[in-house]
Design a protein around this ligand. Structure first.
Ligand SMILES: [Fe+2]
Ligand SMILES: [Fe+2]
Length: 181
């Protein structure tokens, strides 16, 4: 049985584009958790179950989500850039990398404020607002960004990249997670 990441993955490292889309579902799910808690509690004291959910979501974005960015920036995008058939996507790839940088800033804010919330039990009004604003920006960024990757970029990659390139992307994704295929 192929090695998989995540709880209920639909894909494996032999289907790297499917895995990348599975990661998008996790990003949406964990970002949804952060938004829900931030909106519902607005910095107030959290019940234990929400503390655990906040911790899990923060940990996901701190440890796992950056690997997804590397999967794209270091494995998939360079192969698309090298493909003559994907010449029309070059500008799109630059924009997607710009999104990654913008998202990293807001993730850093969310991580630091979320960690403070957990450590101190509460967040004052100003940092609670700042957290909510960072999460709102992330929600709209990812809605656009993920739609482009899932609906345009990954189908293009499936069309233009040779099988050997896709296999190499899958191998690099497995290596990044210390998994042997
Ligand atoms: Fe991306
Ligand atoms: Fe992505």
């Amino acid at each position: 049985m192929p090695v998989q990441i995540g709880q209920k993955p639909e894909s494996d490292f032999f289907n790297p584009l499917g895995l990348l889309s599975d990661c998008h579902r996790r990003i949406e799910r964990f970002l949804g958790v952060l938004v829900k808690i931030s909106e519902k509690r607005n910095g107030a004291e959290l019940p234990a179950v929400e503390q655990a959910a906040l911790e899990t979501a923060l940990t996901y974005f701190r440890n796992s989500a950056p690997k997804h960015t590397s999967d794209e920036e270091d494995s998939l995008f360079p192969r698309l850039r090298a493909s003559r058939e994907a010449a029309s996507a070059l500008e799109c790839l630059d924009k997607l990398e710009g999104d990654h940088q913008a998202a990293a800033k807001d993730h850093a804010t969310a991580d630091s404020l979320g960690t403070r919330w957990l450590a101190e039990g509460k967040l004052a009004a100003a940092p609670a607002r700042e957290l909510g604003q960072a999460l709102t920006r992330l929600s709209s960024l990812y809605a656009r960004h993920i739609a482009i990757e899932d609906a345009e970029l990954f189908p293009l990659a499936a069309k233009v990249l040779p099988e050997a390139d896709l296999a190499a992307v899958g191998r690099e994704m497995a290596d990044r997670r210390g998994i042997r295929k």
